[in-house]
Design a protein around this ligand. Structure first.
Ligand code: ADP
Ligand code: MG
Length: 319
């Protein structure tokens, strides 16, 4: 007998809340939550559709992780601290093993960041996972996409392109989901840069997370800010996982690869010293790749000369 909807919720999505600000969690018509006074509530939601955001056959544990990670990454990009999550889960059947693995993946990440799952919805249908996260930030400290100014440095965290390389390993059949390959692990288990996002409060003029590829996402940040961006291709960070790739491949993956969930941000040059200690303290590497310029659009330079770079970021309705 497959589990009914209420048993699914009771068995897999009703773990006790680690937070005292949850007055009422899963079980009633809605959750009751107490945001801290003086802070802005930050809300973000993201949907993962099987076959579009994750490959059919992806381990349930990784889907649970990823569904929350992409949302936490949005909060990281706002400089916010996450608190609560809601999960809307559509699945073809109530497979207990799948549910247990999925819940483990989701709760493991939630616990690491002190996030409580406080509600959701469970329906039958194609496999689609929607999570909404709520968190806080002092209103004046929120990191927006729109604050970059000409002259600001452009900085990215960590290693870009690694997740895209992992996806290609999986798609080509060269690696399996269970592989220990660092690229595959990175694709399946991106770690949202929450600590970095908070460290950027008061220093970054604009920030966003890189989900659809550096070049496309930088274009969005530049447009929101009403300025242009200029990056030096020789300054792109190349992660050790990509060291063996030919140069052109490295560049393609770093500029256009999605799913890394690193942070892309801008800041005045004299602020860089304030955040450099973050990587030294074991946070993650930070690489300055160029600067914002008057005008519009993203320009790429190689050894000082302007070059055209083909390709663009992911767009659901443009492919
Ligand atoms: P209603 O019909 O009033 O929307 P539901 O039966 O859908 O209530 O849900 C019952 C309770 O379980 C609610 O508190 C809801 O937030 C929670 N819930 C439902 N599905 C999930 C889920 N997948 N994860 C977490 N909480 C859930
Ligand atoms: Mg409901």
């Amino acid at each position: 007998m497959p589990l009914g909807e209420f048993d699914v919720i009771a068995r897999y999505f009703s773990r006790s809340s680690p937070r005292s600000d949850v007055l009422l969690g899963v079980g009633d018509d809605a959750a009751l939550l107490t945001p801290p006074p003086g802070q802005a509530l930050v809300a973000a939601t993201d949907t993962l559709v099987e076959g579009r955001h994750f490959l059919p056959g992806t381990p349930a544990n990784a889907i649970g992780h990823q569904a929350l990670a992409v949302n936490l990454s949005d909060l990281a990009a706002m400089g916010a601290e996450p608190a609560w999550a809601l999960l809307a889960l559509s699945m073809p059947r109530s497979d207990e093993r799948w549910l247990a693995d999925f819940a483990d993946g989701l709760y493991a990440l939630a616990e690491r960041h002190g996030v409580a799952l406080v509600g959701g919805d469970t329906v039958s249908g194609p496999l689609v996972v929607t999570i909404e996260v709520l968190g806080f930030v002092p209103p004046a400290a929120a990191l927006l996409r729109s604050g970059a100014r000409a002259g600001d440095l452009i900085v990215v965290s960590g290693g870009l392109g690694v997740a895209a390389a992992g996806l290609e390993e999986l798609q080509s059949g060269r690696a399996a989901f269970e592989s220990k390959d660092a690229r595959v692990r990175r694709f399946l288990r991106a770690e949202p840069r929450l600590a970095l996002g908070r460290a950027l409060r008061g220093f970054a003029t604009a920030a966003m997370d890189v989900s659809d590829g550096l070049l496309g996402d930088l274009g969005k940040l530049a447009r929101s800010s009403g300025v242009g961006a200029c990056i030096d291709l020789e300054r792109l960070p190349v992660a050790s996982e990509l060291a063996a790739y030919p140069l052109a491949e490295q560049e393609r993956l770093v500029l256009h690869g999605g799913d890394d969930y690193e942070l892309l941000f801008t800041l005045p040059a004299d602020h860089f010293g304030h955040i450099a200690h973050f990587s030294e303290a074991g946070g993650c590497s930070l690489q300055c790749i160029g600067s914002m310029v008057p005008g519009a659009g993203v320009e790429c330079r190689r050894d000082g000369a302007r070059v055209n770079v083909a390709g663009k970021g992911y767009d659901h309705f443009a492919c």
